[in-house]
Design a protein. Structure first.
Length: 326
């Protein structure tokens, strides 16, 4: 990770004793923008409580809501590992001690940026504890490293919207270039998480490394159309642009009842429907909350009839990103 070396003024007398932070879940790819688009939602999300302690170093006190799946080892957990990186970058690794309590309010492996929410919450918390010496843009590379630890691929389509809020475009990685996009007032997401297992690594391995030029051209047009639609608040343009011809056809086979869920959502009035991140969560993009509520309720009813348990979330786009709770 290449980071610009600069001097940060840390006033130890102003370091807080504790802070509690919430960071939101995210919908990566935004259907047609694989690895370059994403947006944050109001719920679910994760919480990190961080405490200043006398003994230098970073330790995890507890993790709740993960069913024992996440490591307590500070070098292996994305939250603590990224906090350690940040403290080392600031030259504080041997001067400051912190302990972390992580509370998972979102399912792991859901396609909703579970690791991203935790990482962003942890980095936002340590930065706030220190008096906010780094901007969000300066925190971003540490968030990306958290994704590399979690899934082996340092992408930003989850961490960028989780940290910045709103809808983000990852224009490039060398250097990292994150662009905030406008959010139409009535844009909503109806998310359904079918409780089936689709590991991120497995989902990525299914993706074709080569695509037909005609399909690439279609996808480029859809991404450009979506961005234009966001700037113009043109819901018809947003709807016809949010089509994925590259990734969805492959990943959909891992998600039971995907095409029936899509039919239900579109029949309920959704602008578009697709996979959130690597799945298995799916998302109906709608104009207005009532359509999102109706689409998710009908999808859940269908899944129940197929003996598939599910969770649902309905949210406008989260504009603020992480927030200090206390």
């Amino acid at each position: 990770m290449e980071l610009e070396k600069k001097q940060y003024q840390i006033d130890f007398s102003k370091i807080r004793d504790r802070v509690r932070v919430f960071a939101p879940a995210t919908v990566a790819n935004m259907i047609c923008g694989f690895d370059i688009l994403g947006f944050a939602v109001d719920e679910p999300g994760d919480e990190v409580a961080m405490y200043r302690v006398a003994e230098p170093g970073v330790r995890i006190r507890s993790i709740a809501g993960d069913d024992g799946r996440l490591p307590l080892d500070a070098d292996k957990n994305t939250v603590s590992a990224c906090v350690k990186m940040l403290l080392a970058h600031l030259g504080l690794e041997n001067e400051l001690g912190v302990e972390i309590e992580l509370t998972k309010h979102m399912p792991i492996g859901s396609g909703l940026g579970s690791s991203s929410a935790s990482t962003v919450a942890g980095l936002f918390a340590i930065n706030n504890l220190l008096g906010d010496p780094l901007s969000k843009a300066e925190l971003m590379p540490f968030c990306v490293e958290g994704e590399r630890i979690a899934c082996g691929h340092g992408h930003a389509d989850n961490v960028a919207p989780a940290l910045m809020g709103g809808i983000t475009l990852i224009r490039g990685y060398s250097p990292l270039d994150v662009i905030d996009l406008p959010v139409p007032n009535e844009l909503y997401a109806g998310i359904v998480f079918p409780q089936v297992d689709v590991p991120t690594r497995d989902a990525r391995q299914l993706i074709k490394q080569k695509v037909l030029l005609k399909d690439a051209v279609t996808q480029w047009g859809n991404i450009a159309g979506l961005i234009a639609g966001l700037y113009e608040s043109d819901y018809k343009l947003i709807s016809r642009s949010m089509q994925d011809v590259l990734i969805e056809p492959t990943r959909a086979i891992l998600i039971p009842e995907f095409y029936e869920m899509k039919r239900i959502a579109l029949s309920a009035g959704a602008l578009s429907f697709g996979i959130s991140g690597s799945g298995p969560s799916v998302v109906a993009i709608t104009r207005g909350r009532d359509v999102a509520e109706r689409a998710t309720a009908e999808i859940q009813q269908h899944l129940t009839g197929c003996d598939i348990d599910s969770l649902k979330y309905v949210s406008a786009v989260n504009i603020g990103g992480p927030k200090v709770l206390g």
